[in-house]
Design a protein around this ligand. Structure first.
Ligand SMILES: [Zn+2]
Length: 400
């Protein structure tokens, strides 16, 4: 017998707490197709079976737990999120959406459901191991090519195909899976907020409006390797100076254009303390509410660095379903008002499904510091309960 409400949430949360936890940092290292990932997927399957839900996989490695057959009685309402993490990530990003979905179902009378309700566990959302974020949902919807996915490698040279095989999942089956997508009539992903839009307000739960346009660019900065102790300043061709200009401009241009820009990864060759570098490769992440202004940041950074930024990925603005957003904001409002509506700069599986044409919404649970992708990531227990209650109301509204 599964216990209801806060008890069921707390129990699941405690079950997951030790899985993939790194004692030295207190953060989580839950990477796709590892032993830890196996354990998380087994936990998901166990939690589903305990509740009498049917678990099915798809061609993209994602897991789906259903209250009833979505092919016969669907399409269904799907909740859920992901269980993997970034390196030394927090406990909430991903698991909060999955655990809250199970807890929400625990408090409802399933006999009243007029359509199937599913809970998704998306594979490899963070892309921490193979470098492509939302790999599971992108494969599912055909936005990530199966051959490309199979040949992606991790830092140790293991391909995604090998890693999946090691986890008992057949990489040959990878690919777009329209049959699975057709089962999703509506997708609602609950997620910890990764910013401070809700932090200073009175509401614990907000409704997503859109995912900002975002992308990644590579800067290839070339110079000439030389001796740090004997080469006169005038004689140097030092690409590290171009990097410095690029980093400072990223900050300044983001401020001017109302966007965000980050240089978070750099590769220096030969990477010696006493050698002027021969080349520096840097990666720029830029996001913001408006496509053109994000593009303007990237252009300004390229000009400052004296190099053409090479686009490695670009996702235009992804609005969530407007009617659904308004309906949920009204439903979840307190004191006669609507729930807060907010956009996010973070990518999510919900954004991939929305871009594929699935009616999709997101709920965000207040994060008091806004910190995420860090062991410091947090949500108060009362706010997590409010998130479960909000999901339960969404299910009652959309599936009963
Ligand atoms: Zn997430």
């Amino acid at each position: 017998m599964v216990s209801h409400g806060p008890v069921s949430f707390d129990r699941m949360w405690a079950d997951l707490a030790p899985v993939g936890r790194e004692p030295s940092t207190g953060g989580y290292r839950r990477f796709a197709w590892t032993r830890t990932d196996d354990e998380l997927r087994e936990w998901f399957t166990g939690a589903a079976r305990e509740r009498g839900l049917d678990v099915v996989g798809d061609r993209a490695g994602n897991l789906w737990a259903w209250t009833a057959d979505p092919d016969t009685h669907g399409p269904g309402l799907v909740l859920g999120s992901h269980l993997d993490s970034v390196p030394d990530g927090g406990a909430f990003d991903g698991p909060l959406g999955v655990v809250s979905a199970f807890a929400a179902l625990d408090g409802l009378d399933r006999a009243a459901f007029r359509r199937p309700v599913g809970i998704a566990c998306f594979a490899d959302e963070e892309g921490a191991r193979f470098g492509v974020a939302c790999a599971g949902s992108r494969l599912l919807t055909g936005m990530l090519d199966a051959d490309r996915a199979r040949s992606l490698t991790d830092d140790g040279g293991t391909t995604m195909a090998e890693a999946m095989r090691g986890a008992g999942v057949d990489p040959a089956a990878l690919g777009r899976d329209d049959e699975t997508v057709r089962r999703i009539g509506t997708f609602v992903e609950l997620h910890v907020e990764q910013g401070r839009a809700l932090a200073d307000g009175s509401e614990a739960v907000g409704v997503g409006s859109a995912i900002w346009p975002h992308g990644r660019w590579r800067l290839d900065l070339r110079g000439r390797a030389d001796h740090a102790g004997t080469t006169r300043l005038d004689d140097r061709d030092d690409p590290m100076l171009a990097l410095a200009a690029a980093v400072l401009e990223a900050r300044a241009a983001a401020g001017r254009h109302g966007a965000l820009a980050t240089v978070g990864k750099v590769r220096v060759r030969p990477n010696g303390v006493n050698a002027i570098p021969s080349s520096v490769t840097a990666w720029l992440d830029a996001r913001g509410p408006v496509d053109d202004r994000v593009r303007a940041v990237v252009e300004d950074v390229g000009r400052a660095a004296g190099a053409d930024p090479v686009e490695e990925s670009w996702t235009p603005a992804t609005p969530f379903d407007g009617a659904l957003r308004d309906r949920l904001a009204t439903l979840l409002g307190t004191d006669g008002g609507s729930a807060p509506v907010l956009a996010t700069g973070a990518g999510h599986d919900a954004g991939v499904l929305a871009a594929a044409g699935v009616p999709t919404a997101m709920l965000f649970v207040r994060n008091p510091t806004g910190v995420s992708h860090s062991p410091e990531e947090h949500a108060e227990a009362d706010d997590c309960r409010a998130g479960v209650a909000a999901l339960a109301r969404v299910v009652a509204e959309l599936a009963c």
